[in-house]
Design a protein around this ligand. Structure first.
Ligand code: PMP
Length: 366
């Protein structure tokens, strides 16, 4: 018996589970993780907060995660200058779960979601998993969202949910504010459309966050995560900011007590260390820019990046290049974008190892 023999739903047939290979090599630059472990004082603070939470684990956690949402709202307000209240924020186990809750609420059978490919593959998979019809429009040759093409896709597909991933994974491309505004207006002109701006990587961007666009746009949702900038991928904490009515709506689909007391305690501890953690982000931004410059100096075509990763190519056989780099102990990602690979910005030493591996591999491969 294998997957294809089981009576799985039609929209899941032939699909593969999402996930990068988890290989045991010295330099892991394939999943856009933050390379810096949490600082020791934060580790101790987490232990304290979790110990306190442990004393009450006989009880269910705060179902509404009020203290955590307040802290997240505070972070959004101070980092963007746009005032966000706790009633506008919702949290879940990773932004993937946030996206799933949004699609369970606003997508589903008979409804359509639209994104601009290549983009984060989970948008497609979560759509399918929730019975939402997934459609995608193309990006331009430089991987930006071409407004005319995007507007045409909206007119044809008439989406109920529109994904704008900025900065986009796997290309690193930020979407300009004006483009997001035009997409929002165009979508609403067809029908009420939830526009999800996936800002998983926004802290690494040269551009400001799109969060202030929430003002006066009740169907706009900005999704965020602590997996990248906060260096806490293992924590599983994602969140959204939107009109309070959107937060009310996702209550219809969230499982009761979905966010454990241990998760809430850990996230609160991490938020106490925001300034320290954002200091690592500055280092990673500088390293990201260095990777772009050095890869270009090697004659490669490198997509402008506003994220903590860089897309590079163009290789006649990108899988052979991926393997050649791996043979030198560095794991990067092949996202299936023709001729391209993606590398996550690591520590300076890891990035040096990566750049050396590329240099050598370019000499080996024709
Ligand atoms: N959105 C984008 C664009 C991502 O790249 C990722 C992680 N790879 C996520 C959302 C989900 O992140 P998490 O569930 O860890 O918050």
């Amino acid at each position: 018996m294998n997957l294809d023999d089981l009576p799985v739903r039609d929209e899941l047939r032939g699909k593969s589970p999402y996930g990068a290979p988890q290989l045991d090599v010295p330099v892991l630059l394939n999943t856009n993780e933050n390379p810096y472990p949490l600082p020791e004082p934060l580790v101790r603070r987490i232990a304290e907060r979790v110990a306190e939470a442990a004393r009450h684990l006989n009880r269910y956690p705060d179902r509404d995660a009020v203290e955590l949402r307040e802290a997240l709202a505070g972070y959004l307000t101070s980092s963007t200058g746009h005032a966000v209240g706790r009633e506008q924020v919702w949290a879940a186990n990773g932004s993937n779960e946030i996206l799933q809750q949004l699609l369970q609420t606003f997508g589903g059978p008979g409804r359509t979601a639209l994104g601009f490919a290549p983009t984060y593959q989970m948008h497609d998979l979560i759509a399918r998993g929730t019975g939402t019809h997934w459609t995608q429009g193309p990006r331009g040759d430089d991987f930006t969202v071409d407004l005319d093409v995007a507007l045409a896709a909206i007119a044809v597909q008439r989406p109920d949910v529109l994904f704008v991933c900025s900065p986009n994974n796997p290309t690193g491309t930020a979407v300009p504010r004006e483009t997001v505004l035009a997409l929002y207006e165009a979508a609403q002109a067809v029908k009420p459309t939830i526009v999800i701006v996936d800002e998983a990587y926004t802290e690494f961007s040269h551009q400001p966050s799109l969060l202030p666009l929430l003002e006066g746009r009740p169907l706009l949702v900005v999704t965020r995560t602590m997996s990248k900038a906060f260096g806490a991928a293992g924590l599983r904490l994602g969140y959204l900011a939107a009109d309070p009515a959107v937060v009310d709506a996702v209550q219809l689909v969230r499982l009761p007590y979905h966010l454990s007391a241990v998760t809430q305690a850990t996230a609160l501890a991490a938020l106490e260390f925001t300034d320290t953690l954002l200091g690592y982000v500055e280092r990673l931004k500088a390293e990201r820019d260095r990777i772009v410059t050095e890869l270009r100096a090697l004659g490669l075509e490198v997509t402008d990046s506003d994220a903590n990763f860089v897309q590079f190519g163009v290789f006649p056989n990108s899988h052979a290049m991926w393997q050649a780099i791996l043979d030198k102990g560095v794991l990067v990602r092949d996202n299936g974008v023709p001729g391209r690979l993606r590398v996550t910005a690591g520590t300076p030493a890891e990035n040096d190892a990566f750049l050396d591996a590329v240099r050598t591999s370019l000499k080996e491969l024709p």
